[in-house]
Ligand binder design. Structure first.
Ligand SMILES: [Fe+2]
Length: 415
């Protein structure tokens, strides 16, 4: 095993999981001496009945109903964060409950930064003062996360991403203090996720685990979590897509995604996220779908540097020991089966991704722009092979048209 010269692992979130684990929410709130929480969610989850489900559990525990905010957009943004922070202060809240996927969770983390770190008498509460790595150096107020997708792993990570529309940029916040106080993984919270999204977010979680296992920040602790995450996701993803009502596979996916989140939060990711973040922000492609398309291409790009690791992963992805290319082939065939199971919606080439008007979301002329922008994404520092503009463009063209990368060409290019 390749041991890193230095590594650290931080996982400070209390994780409560199981069927009907939500019943533990009132006890959890009481144990934290929380009196006036602010519950954040979005309109879609309110319409799906999940907000009601959570309120019912709180009321059953004889606790007062929390203050509720449901206007969180699909992409967490600065204005929303500052608005919620004002509300939190005005109403004298003492904690946050986040019910949702990545956007709600990241918004909750960002609100928590502002309300915990800004001076109590500050007139202007502004998140921008806290962006960057390790700017936050103090314990934050209690944050309880109830994830409604099994994918982002945001309930376990040290990261939050918030869009600053005014300056047209995404602000990144990283700090060990951003890991929530507690999270509840209950399959009742993911049962309403449609098959297409179940497949996409599950592949995002799988990508977290595989990139964590193969990137430069890998370490024995994150490796252990990655391997268990891969096992749980591979054993349950297709079944959950085919049987969305099955609580057991939903729970396994939620735990797998959480493990993958803990793994990559402590080892980082690589080229697949480097390129995927940019395809998502320029072309509006769903992050999970982006990950599933790019995963085999990113691994092919790194193949000559991660043969040993991919060979190890073949046990989990192929069910038997195979060569590294066998692992990549297994991912391609998983994507093909998910495409079939979702009536073609889980596409496997960038060329086939459609926007809301059923037009191509990614065009050939986008590719050079994505290649330039992607170089500014910090995750490429952890990729096992160096990356430049030509490499990214080559990978993008392959993922766009659906042809495999030429291993020898990549290897020669880096000699
Ligand atoms: Fe991701």
């Amino acid at each position: 095993m390749r041991l890193p010269p230095f590594s650290q692992f931080c996982s400070r979130t209390r994780i409560i999981s199981g069927e009907h684990a939500l019943e533990r929410l009132p006890g959890l709130l009481s144990s934290m001496s929380v009196k006036n929480p602010l519950l954040l969610t979005d309109k879609g989850l309110e319409a799906a009945g999940l907000l009601r489900l959570v309120i019912d559990h709180i009321e059953k525990g004889k606790l007062p109903a929390p203050l509720i905010f449901t206007d969180i957009p699909p992409d967490s943004d600065l204005q929303t964060v500052n608005e919620i922070a004002h509300l939190y202060r005005e109403k004298g809240c003492d904690s946050i409950i986040a019910l949702g996927g990545g956007s709600v969770i990241d918004t909750a983390k960002a609100v928590n930064i502002v309300v915990s770190c800004a001076e109590p008498d500050a007139q202007v509460l502004d998140l921008r003062d806290f962006s960057g790595a390790d700017v936050i150096t103090q314990r934050l107020l209690p944050l309880i996360v109830l994830p409604t997708t099994a994918g982002t792993g945001s309930e376990a990570t040290i990261v939050a991403v918030i869009k600053d529309h005014e300056n047209n940029r995404k602000m990144l916040f990283t700090s060990n203090f951003l890991q929530p106080t507690a999270t509840i993984l209950d399959p009742d919270l993911t049962l309403t996720l449609p098959p297409f999204l179940t497949a996409a977010v599950g592949m995002d979680a799988l990508t977290h685990a595989i990139e964590a296992y193969t990137c430069l920040g890998k370490n024995p602790l994150s490796d252990g979590m990655s391997l268990q995450a891969i096992r749980m996701i591979i054993d349950n993803l297709e079944y959950s897509v085919a049987h969305p009502e099955d609580r057991s596979s939903r729970l396994a996916l939620a735990i797998g995604a959480n493990l993958a989140g803990q793994a990559f939060s402590n080892s980082m990711v690589g080229i697949i996220h480097t390129v995927g973040h940019t395809v998502g922000s320029i072309c509006g492609v769903h992050h999970g779908l982006c990950m599933s398309i790019l995963l085999p291409y990113g691994l092919e790009y790194n193949l000559h540097k991660i043969e040993k690791e991919l060979k190890e992963l073949s046990l989990y992805l192929c069910g038997e020991q195979k060569e590294a290319i066998g692992t990549i082939a297994a991912i391609r065939s998983l994507n093909d089966r998910l495409k079939k199971a979702t009536a073609g919606r889980h596409v496997t080439r960038l060329h086939d991704v459609l926007d809301r008007d059923k037009r191509s979301a990614v065009r050939p002329d986008h590719l050079p722009i994505i290649a330039v922008e992607a170089l500014g994404d910090g995750s490429h520092f952890y990729n096992p092979e160096q990356i430049d503009y030509d490499d990214i463009l080559y990978l993008l063209n392959a993922a766009y048209w659906g042809y495999p990368l030429d291993r020898e060409l990549i290897q020669k290019g880096h000699e």
